[in-house]
Design a protein around this ligand. Structure first.
Ligand code: COA
Length: 558
């Protein structure tokens, strides 16, 4: 079928559905919901059999849904209607939740139901639930709805519904003196990603994001107890909660201590055992060891890696290489493996060009430390989505195992034609060929995990359920293998041969020369694209690589 994805933006769920539907052989095109007339034009040009709206902020115009079946993905259970669906479910601490695919009609979310899927609701950030449980359920429900539509004899049924209101900041407010940690966390989780909880810190209004639990520390309810790296600890009635990110009014979302330099006066509350994984608390870099394998997790918010985070992670990695282990597994974070350099901290810097330069050098140092590691075999266990430099940082490891369902964006051009670094010119062509590398960079499309392995970019795609356990087992097998010494020796020989042919420093210098032009050159595209990305500016057009119906050679199908 020809399927038009009508969406507010090409977000992770839309990308995943695009990949899943394309893998089923459907012909896809994308149009951003910019104006009714633009959506109408897209339908007229593409003549879709079906319109799917995975992520919309406005209703589909009647001129479209009255003539054409339009399926809307609603992040709520059957019968749930209205905005803030996921927010209410998380804040109320419901045990299960779901996704419903319904047909667009005049009343929002009230149309006949084509399919649905449910899931146990974790106590976690809304952004995390959306990128994991909601996405998996939406894929199941959309694929079922598409099959039913294609079958031609399915009769979707209307169900009685319950509409709820938009969740307002007054519904989200936290009374820190009275609230216990669990309900403060539920409120912060329900608002995570967007819009955050409106509050104030150091007497200044701001929105709070990225909450982490704290098990041991307490203090006067409502007071700020201290800081750790970039997070701030605030006392509740029965304990305390860490705030990782903050957006000051009129500013961008930033690590809390960066948004509020006043936090420097708070006492530093270091972890007792540096990198070693501790009981629930704020810990962005955590190390564990089992069976000759070291596991290094880096749970950086939104997968963005600032200069400081890259330097700390490089230090942690170097420390891990000194441990008596045979394999190091780079686990990334729970929601993203890595999305490359931190565009928000760059945007907020006094000189974004200088900060871009510092950040790309810091992430290159990390990639180089992984590439030059001679004491262990390294594995990137990519259990969550990765984008741009993050995809190549993973490839710096000897093995890359990726979870089925992960969506990768191994290209840079979407960010104002950025050339990219992280040794991609060394890492990509030998695996996918010169033409393959050019195609990946040029097409700028998301790449599903299985395709990354099919192309030879990554090494194995492991089933989604039990990915972490499976990856740990495989790593333990690598460490216990009889031929481990030979494998390590072969790795050293290969690195030395590659170095003799062309030193890593040459790849790095050539990539950074291009990046210098992106950062300091006369073409401001990168700075403009970064500003709009960070400011979450609404789209004013759909890029041609997504809107296939706007290709110059596109013809209305006969
Ligand atoms: N720096 C800072 N923030 C980043 C980021 C980065 N490199 N990558 C993603 N984010 C943030 C987004 O701003 C968004 O923030 P929010 O909390 O305000 O919603 C959040 O992460 C999720 O991003 P979103 O784009 O909504 O997620 P997605 O899963 O739909 O898309 C990507 C994933 C990777 C395609 C997209 O985020 C992207 O293009 N990121 C930029 C990658 C990049 O160019 N890095 C620099 C070059 S190395």
């Amino acid at each position: 079928m020809r399927i038009l994805l009508l969406c507010h933006g090409f977000n992770s769920l839309t990308q995943r559905l695009h990949a899943e539907l394309a893998a089923k052989g459907h012909q896809l095109s994308v149009e951003f919901d910019i104006a009714d007339a633009v959506a109408e034009e897209a339908v007229a040009l593409f003549c879709p059999d079906l319109v799917i709206a995975p992520f919309l902020k406005r209703a589909i115009p009647e001129s479209i849904w009255s003539r054409q079946v339009c399926l809307v993905v609603h992040p709520g259970i059957v019968g749930d209607r209205g905005p803030s669906a996921l927010d209410w479910a998380i804040q109320q601490g419901l045990a299960t939740w779901g996704v419903t695919v319904l047909q667009a009609e005049a009343e929002m979310d009230a149309g006949p139901v084509w399919a649905s899927a449910s899931f146990p609701l974790r106590a976690a950030k809304k952004s995390s639930i959306y990128r994991n449980e909601v996405t998996e359920a939406a894929v199941r429900a959309v694929l079922q709805a598409v099959d039913r539509f294609a079958g031609g004899d399915f009769q979707p049924e209307r169900v009685p519904g319950q509409a709820h209101a938009l969740m307002r900041q007054s519904d989200r407010a936290i009374d820190w003196a009275q609230s216990d940690s669990a309900s403060a966390l539920a409120r912060l989780n329900a608002a995570d990603g967007f819009p955050g909880v409106a509050d104030s810190l150091f007497g200044e209004p701001c929105h709070l994001f990225d909450a982490w639990p704290e098990t041991n520390l307490k203090g006067t309810p409502g007071s700020l107890l201290g800081r750790r790296e970039t997070a701030i600890l605030r006392a509740t009635a029965d304990g305390a909660v860490w705030i990782g990110h903050v957006r000051r009014n009129g500013g961008v979302k930033l690590p809390a201590t960066l948004a509020f330099p006043e936090a420097a006066a708070l006492p530093e509350l270091p972890l007792a055992d540096c990198w070693k994984a501790a009981s629930p608390t704020w810990q962005d870099i955590a190390y564990e060891e089992a069976g000759g394998v070291g596991f290094l997790s880096f749970d950086f918010y939104n997968g963005a890696m600032s200069t400081g985070q890259c330097r700390r992670l490089t230090e942690a990695f170097r420390w891990a290489t000194q441990r008596p282990t045979r394999v190091i597994v780079l686990r990334g974070g729970s929601d993203f493996w890595s999305n490359g350099i931190h565009l928000n901290t760059i945007e907020a810097a006094e000189s974004p060009a200088d900060e871009s330069w510092a950040n790309i050098n810091a992430i290159d140092d990390l990639a180089e430390a992984v590439l030059r590691c001679e004491t262990q075999l390294t594995v990137a266990a990519v259990g969550a989505n990765a984008g741009a430099g993050g995809c190549f940082l993973a490839r710096a490891a000897d093995f890359v195992w990726v979870r089925d369902g992960v969506v990768l964006n191994p290209h840079y051009k979407n960010m104002g034609n950025l050339y990219g670094s992280e040794f991609w010119t060394y890492l990509l062509p030998p695996r996918v060929g010169e033409d393959g590398a050019r195609a990946i960079m040029r097409h700028r499309l998301p790449m599903p995990a299985a395709e990354a392995v099919r192309l030879g970019f990554y090494d194995a795609c492991l089933p989604a359920p039990g990915f972490a356990v499976d990856a740990a087992r495989r790593a333990a097998e690598l460490a216990a293998a009889n031929d481990f010494p030979e494998c390590l020796a072969a790795k050293r020989v290969k690195r030395a041969a590659d170095e003799a042919q062309k030193p890593l420093a040459d790849y790095r210098t050539a990539e950074l020369q291009e990046m210098r032009r992106n950062f300091y050159g006369f073409d401001p595209s990168y700075h403009v694209a970064r500003y709009h990305f960070v400011a979450r500016s609404p789209h004013s057009w759909t890029p041609r690589h997504l809107a296939r119906h706007r290709d110059l050679d596109w013809k209305i199908p006969a």
